[in-house]
Design a protein. Structure first.
Length: 259
């Protein structure tokens, strides 16, 4: 497949709302093609975060392109540091393309990390959930109340072995908000969760202050690992591409991280 065809397909699929401006919402992380390699793509790798280890796995697996959630940031000045140079030179020397979809793969209403987290526990995604003023997350609800313990049983196999669970809210859950990765709320966010009757909040990482805030708000909290909560969207994207573009060979490049 020509790389331009793949790039156009991904643009149409992932730019779900033409009124949103991903570059303004997410100015530091790629939402598109970051490094262009070969003109033809035969094998495509998927990974959560760009790194030399991931790139080496892709090269060993004969991948012509990689799709990640976290691409790598440009250095803050024109003095390109050695980490940036090594990553970029590895891709260029092997003609491997790198696509990154950060905001778009968090916020997508069907295949995004947060919509997929809600689907995994049996909840229906209903509306974007604003995090720092922008629709990074998703909220949803169960058609019938579900017990917290059953929700944990469903989702725990997909989470980090170092996950955090605070069962400070109701045992029977109706409304859930999910903001994957580094999506733990700050003190100023708690009243909005309470006003919207959120029974359970799911994210990747926890802040030190989250425990007591959720205890006092009477809301349940799950921090399932930054890496683990951001595999959901990538795997949904893989399934969608496999269905729509069966001529491509796909592989998930796992670089496990407990955080």
């Amino acid at each position: 497949m020509k790389i331009k065809k793949l790039e156009d397909y991904l643009f149409k699929l992932l730019h779900f709302d033409k009124l949103l401006n991903p570059e303004k919402i997410d100015p530091f992380m790629t939402n598109g093609l970051m490094v262009k390699g070969k003109e033809e793509i035969t094998r495509l790798g998927f990974g959560v975060s760009a790194s030399l280890v991931l790139f080496e796995k892709a090269a060993a697996g004969k991948c012509d392109g990689i799709i990640v959630h976290h691409s790598f940031n440009l250095p803050p000045s024109n003095r390109y540091d050695q980490i940036f140079q090594k990553r970029l030179s590895f891709l260029i020397s092997r003609q491997i393309s790198l696509f990154g979809y950060h905001f778009l793969l968090d916020a997508h209403p069907q295949i995004g990390n947060n919509a997929q987290i809600l689907k995994a526990i049996g909840a229906k995604p209903e509306a974007p959930y604003l995090f720092h003023g922008d629709p990074w997350g998703f909220s949803g609800s169960f058609s019938r109340e579900e017990s917290l313990q059953k929700i944990i049983e469903k989702i725990k196999p997909f989470l980090s072995p170092q996950s955090i669970f605070y069962d400070y809210g109701p045992e029977m859950i109706r409304k859930v908000a999910a903001v994957s990765g580094k999506g733990a709320p700050g003190p100023g966010d708690m009243q909005r969760l309470m006003d919207n009757n959120i029974d359970l909040y799911i994210t990747g990482e926890a802040h030190e202050w989250n425990r007591e805030l959720f205890r006092e708000a009477n809301i349940n909290f799950i921090a399932g690992g930054h890496y683990h909560t951001e595999m959901f969207g990538l795997k949904a994207l893989m399934a969608k591409i496999q269905k729509d573009l069966p001529e491509l060979s796909l592989v998930f490049l796992d670089v496990p991280n407990k955080v």
